[in-house]
Ligand binder design. Sequence first.
Ligand SMILES: O=C(O)[C@@H](CO)OP(=O)(O)O
Ligand SMILES: [Mg+2]
Length: 429
Amino acid sequence: MTDTTITSLHGREILDSRGNPTVEVEIWLACGARARAAVPSGASTGVHEAHELRDGDQSRYRGKGVLHAVDLVNTEIATLLQGKDAAEQEEIDRGLIALDATPTRARLGANTILAVSMAVARGAAAASGLSLWRSLENPKGRAAMPVPMMNILNGGVHAAWQGADFQEYMIVPYGAPDFREALRYGSETYHALKALLAAKGYHTGVGDEGGFAPAVRSNQEPLDLIVEAIEAAGFRPGAEIGLALDPASSELYGDGEYRLKTEGRALSAGEMVDYYADLAAAYPLIVIEDGLAEDDWDGWRLLTETLGDRLELVGDDLFVTNVERISRGIREQAANAVLIKPNQVGTVTETIAAVDLAQANGWGAMVSHRSGETVDTFIADLCVALGTGHLKTGAPARGERVEKYNQLLRIEEEAHGCLPFAGREAFVR
Ligand SMILES: O=C(O)[C@@H](CO)OP(=O)(O)O
Ligand SMILES: [Mg+2]
């Protein structure tokens, strides 16, 4: 038997893709296995997310930033985990949650806990000689290659509010025969979009997630540009490549209305639903994430009633990967899919529980990166293992985004054609 006892743990501060400090953790096991994990951080964070220990934090934990997180790993958490079995992920995660002892992970920080939890999962995989996705699959038999949701045009806070109010315009190559081809469809469309923007006199600088950030004049214009780019790249909009939106509308919301600065108007929830219905009628839209704000439950119910039979409606800020909020959403039929971000909740075990809950209720589960990323590829293995069918991890450009897609290429190769490609069926309708 391989000895998976944890012998030591080491935390360090590294930089994320925005140049901000973040947490990395390294782990050593008695059998000699060694593993490492690093955590990302969002910019359009939901108010209900678990608490992170970040630099510049304004809360009562102010001043307790990433160096404090690192210190916690190297002292309290190392003491807790030394001698524990890395193969017992749930027990370890329970121990971390108990050590934190706050409802929002405010004392240890969800980022601190997640880096440790992910390092433990990787350590256990390394000890068993299995790839991470196989080790996480823990023979449930649901593994599948995801459809990549590539964010090729950035707006909102990810583009310093210089263009579209909507934060993310994604292409979804669900008509490809496999993941490798899906990635090719996406990257060829990305290059076609760059050429098209340049030809129209737009600048081709990129936002936080690698998508272009042109100073468009409406939130609809990017959809026209992308459809044109898909055709210019030789693909069929709708048949081979669909579209997805993340307006990140909590960022647009205030005093009961949604402010579309680019269009110079403010809409009620009902008017936003009508706007989305018009877009869904005019474009091959398949997914809308965070179409309404994080506490606009009435708006969400109306959105789901109106478009839930045609589109996947994904709650990100609404659910924050939290099983209690997801359960409410299921009860109230407020959406039909959940965005899954491990750092919104803090441990691998809780992340898997959120996916299980969504899947058990026939809901979609869409694993996602954060806008501030590292080259860590944990989420690529996670979405394959859980068979979530789709992964959103930015543009097919910029190292920290591409590395996740490249990891999926490696997984597809390793599986020798044994993993089904999720395709269009992955999208709940
Ligand atoms: O809103 C989102 O879905 C994410 C990731 O794309 O952005 P952030 O990490 O800034 O919250
Ligand atoms: Mg979002």
